[in-house]
Design a binder for this molecule. Structure first.
Ligand code: GLN
Length: 218
């Protein structure tokens, strides 16, 4: 894989360009992944925001579902934002019956969890491991994490301050960012805000420079 860290963005659908640009800003080589051979050449993979059901279908069409699953199971670092988080989850509530999972995260997510009245919203929240204060989080028809397995670290929850429309599901305290080993996921879209810190966190993971991980694995 050479000396330059190469991170792919699954480029079947969704906000691929925004992720490529955020990764490039981290100083890694960022490449679009549409074919198994392109997947073979990356050190880590981003699953972008978009529509998880469409991406699931295209992963099968492009013969990428099994190869991506295998790479993740073999320890390739992966980061999913929004639809990407849904793809990485073990189980999806309110998904389509034929939607497929990549695995990697022992979590149950609920699609479009925040309700119709709050299709999209923005809030500031603090994320474990991120220095420099809260991150501005943009949620667009976002999932939340309903439950996590024992090996999953919760990195962020919806803060108390969020103003919610009446009738929407109770959002306060819901889990919206998680990490399990080399797999990171956010229900929101850091690729849309110009704040590169979440992408830098992921790039550090891929480069093997993550301190908490090194501590955990000795
Ligand atoms: N609701 C979308 C899905 O189910 C996710 C939305 C997003 O990625 N912004 O995949």
């Amino acid at each position: 894989m050479g000396n330059v860290t190469t991170i792919g963005v699954l480029a079947l659908q969704g906000d691929v360009r925004e992720h490529l640009s955020a990764l490039t800003d981290c100083g890694v080589r960022a490449v679009a992944v549409r074919r198994p051979a392109e997947l073979d050449a990356v050190d880590g993979l981003v699953l972008p925001g978009g529509e998880s059901t469409t991406m699931s279908r295209l992963l099968e069409t492009f013969d990428l579902l099994e190869p991506v699953r295998r790479r993740i199971a073999d320890g390739m670092p992966a980061y999913g934002s929004c639809a990407g988080m849904i793809l990485l989850a073990r189980q999806v509530l309110d998904g389509r019956a034929d939607q497929r999972q990549l695995g990697g995260l022992d979590v149950v997510v609920r699609r479009n969890a925040f309700g119709r009245q709050v299709d999209s919203f923005e809030t500031d929240l603090s994320l474990v491991g991120l220095e420099g204060g809260p991150v501005h989080a943009v949620f667009i028809r976002a999932p939340w994490v309903e439950s996590v397995g024992p090996d999953v670290e919760v990195l962020a929850t919806v803060p108390r301050s969020l103003q919610q429309e009446p009738g929407a599901g109770a959002a306060e305290g819901r889990i919206v960012a998680v990490r399990q080993g080399m797999v990171l996921a956010t229900a929101f879209h850091p690729e849309l805000t110009g704040d590169g810190r979440v992408h830098r966190l992921f790039c550090d993971l891929v480069r093997g420079g993550d301190r908490s991980l090194n501590a955990a694995t000795g």
